[in-house]
Ligand binder design. Structure first.
Ligand code: FAD
Length: 411
């Protein structure tokens, strides 16, 4: 394993860091002031500063850096993209600036990998250009959706149409004023084997029967202008060619989609952890209590040291997972992807919690990004599969190795 950054990566790191420093971090306050802070998503607007930043990033060649191994992206491997995603994770607004934000990245990956030429032309092109946004509608309030085979919404074929019925929630991004399309998962072949029942269907959001019921807040935050919608689909009809890759392939696509998406989240999460540690240290050095800087009080030095150790460990595991995705593919890297999906948010959550503590009351206020970042990172321990589901997979793969050995020994 060689994790040394290539010349290309170093060049991107330099440019990206300069862009973050010069444009993105200074724009955070402007962005926040341009948001409509209301639960009524119909009033949400794209903050104008975001479009300005996007145009600058695109002109600077800092665009679509994800999409490893595809001619549509910047031509980087997962290992090369890892440090770049980490840099963008330092700011909640950065991923969209570079057109590298969830859920659009995952949806673009689905279209690149499984989409027909017509689907790519209609949806991938404007997504890659950052002209539209999208959502991914899999999770349902009525069933334990961490087990994707439970998904019970239907996508039934009728002649040359597919008819969608069901209730989804946590559809991230559906409140965005630029959201034009969703990927819907539903049962098409109820009597098929349970991993071959579901289909993924592209649905324009203005199709009759698609209704956003409400935006669901997480820890009281709406994450505007993206939002997390509860959406009903009532007798929604779209042409059958809107099914991605054909009926019954939904589960397979969901697995394919979540591999790269999960590791991107982890890379960005490390950036959030780094920023939290940086903010923690600044406060600990500059604020005095009981005659000493906070850094010198109680166990605060240990907290700082442990945070550094945990970030370094998590980064190495992220890089290993990225390297394995590049060398043996997402399937061969399943255990490592799940390992880092458990580790990275938990490391960042602990550091954010400690940073909030060091900041005292200011830590939970909107004056610093810590509280918002904490909410996002905590949610990430559920989104894209709860920790327990990843642990179950890691254990299954681990036990399988030993079962194979036991079988050989008894042969
Ligand atoms: C902020 C946010 C954004 C999201 N964005 C999207 C999105 O864009 N699109 C989308 O479709 N979904 C999205 N989700 C939904 C997310 O993927 C689901 O919440 C997640 O998969 C869990 O499903 P569930 O909520 O139905 O929990 P359940 O399946 O009911 O699970 C609840 C709990 O059961 C326990 N559990 C489950 N399985 C096991 C196991 N094997 N071993 C031990 N314990 C277990 C865990 O503690 C788990 O947290 C988002 C969620 C959040 C919070």
């Amino acid at each position: 394993m060689d994790f040394a950054f290539s010349e290309k990566t170093q060049n991107y790191i330099q440019r990206l860091e300069a862009f973050m420093h010069n444009f993105v971090l200074p724009a955070e306050g402007v962005y926040a002031s341009q948001l409509q802070h209301t639960s009524d998503w119909r009033k949400w607007k794209q903050p104008p500063v975001m479009e300005e930043l996007k145009a600058k990033a695109r002109a600077a060649g800092l665009w679509n850096l994800f999409l490893a191994g595809s001619q549509h992206g910047a031509g980087l491997t997962n290992l090369e993209y890892a440090p770049l995603a980490e840099i963008t994770g330092r700011s909640p607004i950065a991923p969209e600036v570079f057109n590298c934000n969830a859920p659009d990245t995952g949806n673009m990956e689905v279209l690149v990998k499984y989409g027909s030429e017509a689907q790519k032309e209609r949806w991938l092109k404007p997504l890659l250009a950052g002209e539209i946004r999208s959502a991914f509608c899999m999770t349902e309030p009525e069933v334990a959706s961490s087990d994707a085979t439970n998904i019970q919404a239907t996508a039934l074929l009728e002649g040359n149409e597919v008819v969608l019925t069901g209730r989804k929630w946590w559809s991230s991004g559906i409140g965005h004023p630029h959201c034009r399309v969703v990927i819907f998962m539903g049962v098409t072949l109820p009597s098929a084997e349970k991993h071959q029942r579901h289909s993924m269907v592209l649905v324009p959001v203005d199709t009759p029967g698609v209704r956003i019921e409400r935006m669901v807040s997480a820890f009281g935050m709406y994450d505007e202008p993206f939002g997390h919608g509860e959406v009903t689909f009532s007798n929604v009809r779209v042409p059958a060619d809107h099914i991605i890759a054909g009926p019954g392939r939904g589960f397979e696509i969901a697995q394919g989609r979540l591999g790269p998406g999960r590791i991107h989240h982890c890379m960005r999460t490390l950036g959030a952890g780094e920023r939290a540690l940086e903010l923690l240290c600044q406060r600990a050095l500059n604020r005095v209590a009981f005659g000493k800087p906070l850094a010198e009080l109680g166990g605060n030095r240990d907290i700082i040291a442990n945070a550094r150790i945990a970030i370094e460990q998590a980064r190495l595991l992220t890089l290993k997972a990225a390297w394995m995705m590049d060398t043996v593919g997402a399937k061969g890297a399943m255990s490592e992807i799940s390992q880092i999906k458990v580790v990275a948010p938990s490391v960042a959550q602990t550091i954010l919690d400690q940073a909030i503590q060091i900041y005292g009351g200011a830590g939970v206020s909107p004056d610093f990004p810590l509280a918002e970042m904490f909410g996002c990172i905590r949610s990430l321990r559920l989104a894209d599969g709860p920790d327990e589901v990843h642990r179950a997979l890691i254990a299954k793969l681990e036990i399988k190795k030993h079962k194979q050995v036991a079988t050989l020994e008894h042969a």
